[in-house]
Ligand binder design. Structure first.
Ligand code: GTP
Ligand code: MG
Length: 243
């Protein structure tokens, strides 16, 4: 569909997209994909009970309480799909969701337990960390890890540790800032730049850092578009058929 690849016309949206390499058609694909059915597939507590691969996978990683589950909900427009909480350590399983037209999964979204949370017992933290690391290291279907960073706090040692593991295992990742509604608008660009510079030395890092707010919706359309670029293109045949 050549029409989908036309450059973004000059309008307020253009400025937001500039430098992100996204086109209006990408935004439309993202919008369409995330309006498709999204179903909970499985919660896995061990590497042995991961579901079989049914589509390319994208996972949401990050420190506890950074907003992983909230972002899954914001992207899919469903408030209660992934369970969120004020209490860090809410997500304790690898939660798999399939996304795509009925019967044609285009993508699997994986909401991971958080890392770097100290209040749980040491053995539980170690258990989750081991599970998350094993998943990140060994899942062949994993197309990209979204590493979420709280925009108020920036990069922490535990983030660098995970990014190092992703470098070593050659799993590409992209940093997504969360909760930008908590910053003044004037502070957001500086924080994006900070973090962009901070992840530059990681060879597996995607060069673009996205800034989002699950609460207010900022950056959600752009993130949908980025993710849709990684989905199984076959599923998009159903888009053209349904138009
Ligand atoms: N202001 C604001 N709060 C947010 C945003 N995203 C998430 N939160 C809040 O942050 C808290 C943690 O959100 P979760 O989505 O449960 O975080 P998580 O990363 O899944 O946490 P764990 O599963 O414990 O690792 C909740 O109280 C959310 O309401 C956001 O964009 N803006
Ligand atoms: Mg969670």
């Amino acid at each position: 569909m050549a029409k989908d690849k036309e450059p973004v016309p000059v309008d307020p949206e253009h400025e937001k997209l500039e430098g992100k390499g996204l086109l209006t058609g990408d935004l439309e694909m993202g919008r369409w994909l995330f309006a498709q059915p999204c179903d909970f597939l499985r919660g896995a507590t061990s590497i042995e009970n991961l579901p079989p691969v049914s589509a390319p996978e994208i996972c949401f990683a990050g420190r506890s309480n950074v907003g992983k589950s909230s972002l899954v909900n914001a992207l899919t427009g469903r408030n209660t799909l992934a369970r969120t909480s004020n209490t860090p350590g809410r997500t304790q399983e690898l939660n798999f969701f399939t996304l795509g037209p009925k019967g044609y999964p285009a993508l699997t979204l994986v909401d991971l337990p958080g890392y770097g949370y100290a209040r749980e017992t040491r053995s539980r933290v170690e258990q989750w960390t081991k599970l998350v690391m094993a998943y990140l290291r060994g899942r062949v279907a994993l197309q990209r890890v979204l590493v979420l960073i709280d925009s108020r706090h920036g990069l922490k040692d535990s983030d660098h540790e995970v990014m190092k593991l992703l470098d070593e295992t050659a799993v590409s990742f992209q940093v997504v800032l969360t909760k930008i509604d908590k910053l003044k608008a004037s502070e957001v660009d500086a924080r994006v730049e900070d973090v962009r510079m901070g992840v530059r030395r990681h060879v597996a890092a995607h060069p673009t850092v996205l800034a989002t707010s699950s609460e207010k919706g900022d950056g959600i359309a752009e993130l949908r578009a980025e993710i849709a670029l990684l989905a199984d293109r076959e599923a998009f045949r159903y888009k053209t058929q349904s138009e």
